[in-house]
Ligand binder design. Structure first.
Ligand code: ATP
Ligand code: MG
Length: 569
């Protein structure tokens, strides 16, 4: 392809709306354009990358026994009502009506559709296992579409659904997908980590996420180098004995003290000159129609996912301060577990804290020398906080570390969650009717493209991993007016094309500096520069995008050298 003909309108300036590197570089490199919030058009270079990602995904899904299908984006409300998710999915679902006033959704995911298809046409254990997948646009009206392709409202996903006759079958399907996903991210040359993930309030079911490691990642990963435990912080367990620290000897008498103007944990620390570890804070939430309070140590972060799982509620939102004042007659800063007018849930660490400080459920007062075993009985004592660096590993007790990642894949054992409510069953080998045992497995294809950029770039632009680069090689003749340079450029171009490689020739009448800048920005892995000086010695320059140095290679060897490098990937 000639540079002069490729449609990749590059931008010199960093677009102001782009907060993270992948968004900036994909816009600047002319890969994508925004059509609406969270809705993007993929221009030719981006579409080439996406097709490569999709091909790798497709090959691995097929290898694992998946069969590709294509399901509708428009999904009738009835199917979602059947599963109960028409309501549960809430505002994240794009809804529309047809001319007859019938309701539809733009598919955010396809469990309802696939379960219906399989229920209608699969009746015997002999037809199982069945693994069906598609690669298609998904629609989610995210609260905060952001970071370009990372969190779009329209995005490309691969979703596979497995149907098995029993748990053992599901285990096998799950394992196959787990392996396939590892191969996919390895083949793309991405640094990634598989982590245990939260599987929601249903509980018991297994779930893993595949995280591309990048400092800008939204996900916090907690991992152990000693035993390979790794989990999303949403899920990572904290050990109860963690809390046994500085055990004080005397349990002192409970006391109420006057603390006018003291509202936050910081205020308490300053006013009472105490360490943050001796304070318990009470966070109040609105959970499916009632107020609930979570008590955690002052320096800890409440893990809302864990809390939600304990409460087994649908909706959990932090309570409105004004409302709390109206309903309970106190400000949120004065809340505490003793004498509370709401259900109290205590983090397991609280049990091990002695003589601690908390709100008195009365404005302007705090309680000191609080001891849970003596002073209050919570609804439940549970693991409610986020794990942090330095906590001990739940498997081997070594110290945990943290790292950030981007969730690009998610695999999930569903069990009978959908097959039961949607009455999707088959006859087993005893002629007994059984619900299908299901699993679902997603990869964010467009998000993976952005994650690859997030992980692989420098100050000059993108450094595409070779297996997903839009083109593999770019040939840059320094001066297009020099026939000698152009002849060699075209000759190399045709030789490389002849080997089946994907090559760009920069035939534009631009300064070399401009051409180099563009090649760096768009991230083409290998650059051959044809300039007058090297040419005198029958050489060309070879630059690997991921290395700083340029090397001189004899013209007669360059094609072989390029081929050799690319073959390694
Ligand atoms: P998240 O927690 O990031 O919202 P999710 O748990 O909702 O993700 P799944 O329903 O498991 O995501 O979807 C499978 C995959 O689709 C995710 O692992 C992710 O790579 C991708 N994905 C999900 N939501 C989006 C989005 N809004 N934009 C781009 N990709 C997405
Ligand atoms: Mg989501």
């Amino acid at each position: 392809m000639k540079s002069s003909e490729i449609f990749n309108p590059t931008l010199r300036e960093v677009p102001s709306e782009a907060e993270i590197v992948s968004h900036q570089l994909l816009l600047r490199g002319g890969f994508i354009r925004k059509t609406s919030g969270g809705v993007y058009s993929y221009l030719p270079l981006a579409f080439r990358v996406l097709k490569k990602i999709m091909n790798i995904v497709r090959e691995e899904m097929d290898r694992a026994g998946g069969q590709e299908v294509l399901m509708p984006i428009i999904q009738p409300a009835e199917l979602w009502q059947e599963s109960g998710r028409w309501v549960v999915y809430g505002d994240e679902m794009f809804r529309l009506k047809d001319r007859h006033n019938r309701s539809f959704a733009l598919g955010p995911t396809h469990e309802e559709i696939i379960t219906t298809i399989v229920k209608q046409d699969v009746h015997s254990y002999r037809d199982l296992p069945l693994l069906l997948y598609q690669i298609q646009n998904k629609y989610r009206d995210e609260i905060r579409p952001r970071f370009g392709l990372m969190r779009g409202r329209e995005f490309i996903m691969k979703d596979l659904y497995s149907f098995d006759m029993d748990e053992a079958g599901l285990d096998l399907s799950y394992k196959k997908m787990h392996e396939a996903y590892k191969r996919i991210f390895e083949r793309m040359n991405l640094k990634y980590r598989v982590v245990e993930a939260d599987s929601g309030a249903i509980g018991g079911n297994e779930s893993h996420e595949f995280m591309v490691l990048a400092s800008s990642g939204e996900a916090q990963i907690v991992y152990c180098d000693n035993c390979h435990y790794a989990a999303n912080v949403e899920k990572a367990q904290c050990q109860a004995q963690e809390a046994v620290k500085a055990k004080s000897i005397v349990v002192k008498a409970l006391e109420k003290i006057h603390t006018p103007g003291v509202r936050t944990v910081d205020d308490v620390m300053q006013k009472l000159a105490v360490p943050i570890e001796s304070i318990a804070k009470t966070l109040i939430y609105w959970a499916d129609g009632e107020y609930v309070g979570a008590v955690i140590r002052g320096d800890r972060e409440l893990n809302e996912i864990k809390f939600k799982n304990i409460l087994r509620c649908n909706e959990l939102v932090i309570a409105d301060e004004k409302q709390i004042r109206e309903v309970l007659g106190i400000s949120v800063g004065s809340l505490g577990p003793i004498g509370a007018k709401f259900k109290v849930y205590a983090d397991q660490e609280i049990e091990f804290m002695d003589n601690f400080i908390c709100g008195a459920n009365e404005d302007g007062y705090h309680l000191i020398n609080v001891n849970m075993s003596r002073d209050f009985v919570p609804e439940t004592i549970a693991d409610l906080r986020n794990a942090v660096k330095g906590d001990s590993c739940p498997v081997c007790s070594a110290e945990l570390d943290t790292i950030r990642g981007i969730e690009v894949g998610h695999i999930f054992k569903l069990g009978t969650k959908y097959s039961e409510v949607m009455k999707a069953s088959f006859l087993d080998n005893n002629g007994q009717e059984k619900p299908f045992i299901m699993g679902c497995y997603g990869i964010g294809v467009s998000r993976t493209m952005a994650a690859a950029v997030e992980q692989n770039h420098d100050e000059n632009g993108i450094i595409w991993p070779i297996p997903i680069a839009p083109y593999q090689v770019i040939i840059v003749p320094v001066n297009t007016k020099k026939t000698e340079q152009m002849e060699l450029a075209w000759s190399l171009y045709h030789q490389l094309l002849g080997l089946g490689l994907e090559v760009i020739i920069d035939d534009r009448d631009e300064r070399a500096g401009v051409k180099f800048k563009d090649a760096d920005l768009t991230g083409i892995p290998l650059r051959i520069t044809i300039g007058p000086k090297a040419l005198q010695e029958d050489k060309v320059e070879l630059k690997k995008r991921w290395e700083k140095e340029t090397v001189l290679v004899a013209i007669e060897n360059i094609v072989e050298e390029i081929n050799r490098i690319l073959k390694q990937y």
